[in-house]
Design a protein around this ligand. Structure first.
Ligand SMILES: [Zn+2]
Ligand SMILES: [Zn+2]
Length: 351
């Protein structure tokens, strides 16, 4: 029987990262579309899973295949949705089995009962294996020109959702945003800035790093790079997209928006750190300025499609620069180790 190589962990057990040489071939029940893996992106969620702090194996199994940021090439699709050779990425989250009202209409990113499953994170095997399968509903086709950068589709889907919800909230009244502030120039922040520049907005990105590729990547978008603190910035943003999860930055970001401004929180804080904060002053500002603060996570089907469109329209060389390391599967451990000025490390299945 054929098998695949797969990068796996035992969830909850630190240092259990292992390349399994004879993982079972993906079974047909996983989906009709058979895909060969090209690349898998690594992010903070993977680091948490590898550290044993997060993640859940499929029911009855001990090990979880990692990988939620996928790019593959279709080998076979008897449904005719895609064709052999097409580039494809897999949607991460699947609806809960109940389903809740949102999952029932395929808005699984807005699941209300937490019983959803996620490839490579929660209850479903990930994409860090040589072959995987998809049901057509969870397969997103990509422009053939995106072969080297299409692995950025998952993080782009997260910011596509953020922008979609910002714009939906904006439509509560007359709204003509001019300026966006993005806090944090990691992959999510940089992709949020890209989508801001594609909307013709004046984009400001704030990060601590003064060296490395981030300042130039921001300038290449026609955006302004800042290393001051949020209160020091001489900008009144109509939109703030917070991507650090750092408690002080989150609170400062909430206070920074212009009147009728919208603040979208995408960074996940670890919690447990207490800081002094004038909650009354924040309330006063939110009320008197009609401001909105909201959280956003994951992405629904339409956001994946918006993200595929955004990547196809972006400068390919700029996207390529976000991938600062490509690690062959045989050296998989290196892909999961943090490196100084990394933006995005990618596990390369083609070498
Ligand atoms: Zn991720
Ligand atoms: Zn649900």
């Amino acid at each position: 029987m054929r098998s695949v190589r797969a990068v796996t962990v035992t969830p909850g057990l630190p240092d259990s990262l292992r390349l399994v040489e004879d993982w079972p071939e993906p079974p047909p029940e996983e989906g009709a579309i058979l895909v060969e893996s090209l690349a898998v992106g690594v992010c903070g969620t993977d680091h948490e899973i590898v550290a044993g702090e997060y993640g859940e194996a499929p029911p009855g199994q001990e090990r979880l295949v990692l990988g939620h940021e996928s790019l593959g090439r279709v080998l076979d699709d008897p449904t005719g949705t895609l064709h052999p050779g097409d580039l494809v990425a897999g949607v991460v989250r699947h609806p809960d089995p109940v389903p809740c009202a949102n999952c029932a209409v395929d808005e699984w990113d807005m699941c209300r009962n937490g019983r959803y499953t996620e490839h490579g994170i929660k209850g479903l095997p990930g994409f860090a294996r040589e072959r995987w399968r998809l049901q057509p509903k969870f397969a997103v086709g990509l422009d053939p020109a995106l072969a080297s950068v299409g692995v950025l589709l998952e993080p782009t889907s997260v910011v596509a959702k953020a922008w979609d919800h910002i714009e939906r909230i904006g439509r509560r009244a007359e709204w003509k945003p001019m300026t966006v502030l993005v806090t944090g120039a990691g992959p999510i922040g940089l992709l949020a800035a890209l989508l801001g520049s594609q909307r013709g907005l004046s984009v400001h990105v704030l990060d601590r790093n003064t060296t490395g590729p981030k300042p130039e990547l921001v300038r290449a978008l026609g955006a302004t790079y800042h290393t001051a603190t949020v209160p020091e910035l001489d900008v009144k943003p109509d939109v703030v997209i917070e991507c650090t999860g750092a408690p002080t930055v989150v609170l400062d970001a909430m206070c920074k928006a212009a009147p009728t401004g919208i603040v979208c929180l995408t960074g996940v804080s670890s919690g447990g750190r207490k800081i002094d904060f004038d909650a009354g002053a924040l309330n006063r500002e939110l009320v008197l300025e009609n401001n909105v603060v909201f959280g956003s996570v994951n992405a629904g089907r339409r956001h994946w499609e918006m993200a595929a469109e955004a990547l196809a329209q972006a400068e390919q060389s700029w996207l390529t620069s976000l991938i600062t390391r490509r690690v062959p599967l045989s050296n998989y451990r290196e892909a999961y180790a943090s490196a100084g000025e990394d933006i995005k490390a990618v596990l390369d299945f083609t070498h």
